[in-house]
Design a protein around this ligand. Structure first.
Ligand SMILES: [Zn+2]
Length: 348
């Protein structure tokens, strides 16, 4: 199956009432882990690469691996997404490579650190939407600023510093025409999200629900949504790691989000923990081993397990065969003739 439009994938998820995990990749083993999980659970899937990942793996290596995944798994709809594009140029280069979706994170300036103004965000996102939609490519925007830093991207600080204002979210969606919208509701990137199990004082699910009520046709995206389960932290620490205890976003909160318009859930940290724990275990238990396959294979298996579990929890499992992929050219026509426009559908 060729790579599919993320918009189609999310529209189908909305119809089916489920969410789709978006898993970050940097190398072959991570891509294989995701595909093994998607195959096992029969899930459509979003694979995403940050700017850091594109640099680490080199664009062409990474993109060819995704193409291989699509070719080897014709029954699985796969969208390839640029995570946290910092500029029009980053998004343009992803689209030229063949990514079927891009995130223009205009909540920060091009340095990926300094919060931008609302007008700056609207302007750059609108420009990316025009360029991307003409080519049938999906666009995710961001309004409000997430906490933490990942891959050198982020404003740092607490997730509560720049919570999304629902009025601004509506104006932003109307003026940009984004397909999907990342909102800040208290989550942060990285492993250290919350210092205790999050409750309503730090995780603003009420803001998410308010935004969905006013923007029922814009797919909402939860970033920084690893659950950081204690068992994954424990394995890392048991074999010599030094992670401070931390709390992520509980799966039941994500499921509440999915009931209220969340269609894309970004997960990276949990997979990083699973991989690191598995590798540390081999190093600790079998220090005589030195063939990379001896630790990469269990690492890949550990990540596959986490991804398959999330796919089941988000509800995407079993939905891979629900629909036929629409070509990117057809999607481009839909944007042009207005049938895929999100803006006229905005609830006043
Ligand atoms: Zn993010």
């Amino acid at each position: 199956m060729p790579l599919v439009s993320m918009r189609q994938l999310l529209d189908e998820a909305a119809k089916g009432g489920y969410g789709v995990g978006a898993f970050n990749v940097n190398d072959m083993e991570q891509i294989q882990a995701i595909m093994m999980a998607a195959k096992e659970t029969k899930s459509p899937v979003i694979v995403q690469a940050s700017r850091g990942a594109r640099q680490f793996a080199e664009d062409l290596y990474l993109f060819r691996l995704i193409q291989a995944a699509a070719e080897l798994n014709p029954e699985i709809p796969i969208a390839m997404h640029q995570d946290h594009g910092n500029s029009f140029e980053t998004c343009r280069s992803a689209i030229e490579l063949g990514y079927t979706s891009v995130m223009m994170d205009g909540s920060l300036k091009e340095d990926g650190k300094t919060p931008s103004t609302f007008e700056e965000n609207v302007e750059v996102t609108r420009r990316v939407v025009d360029y991307a939609h003409e080519r049938g490519v999906t666009v995710e925007g961001e309004i409000g600023v997430l906490g933490g830093v990942e891959d050198g991207h982020g404003a740092g600080g607490s997730g509560l510093d720049h919570i999304t204002d629902p009025d601004q979210a509506v104006e932003f969606a109307e003026r940009t025409g984004v397909d999907a919208l990342a909102i800040a509701i208290g989550t942060s990137h990285g492993a250290y999200k919350f210092t205790k199990k999050p409750d309503g004082s730090v995780l603003k699910m009420d803001v998410l629900i308010a935004i969905h009520k006013r923007l029922p046709n814009t797919h909402l995206v939860m970033h920084g949504s690893s659950s950081v389960p204690k068992d994954l932290q424990d394995i890392v620490n048991q074999y010599g790691g030094k992670l401070k205890q931390t709390w992520g976003v509980p799966v039941e909160e994500i499921q509440l989000g999915i009931k209220n318009g969340v269609r894309k859930i970004n997960v990276d940290t949990d997979n990083r923990l699973a991989i690191t724990g598995a590798i540390r275990k081999v190093f600790a238990e079998s220090p005589e081993k030195f063939d990379p396959r001896d630790y990469l294979k269990p690492a890949r298996e550990a990540m596959k397990k986490v991804v398959a579990q999330r796919m089941t929890e988000f509800g995407q499992a079993g939905h891979a065969g629900d629909y036929k992929p629409v070509s990117i050219e057809q999607i481009a026509k839909g944007y042009k003739d207005g049938s895929l426009s999100t803006r006229p559908l905005v609830a006043k």
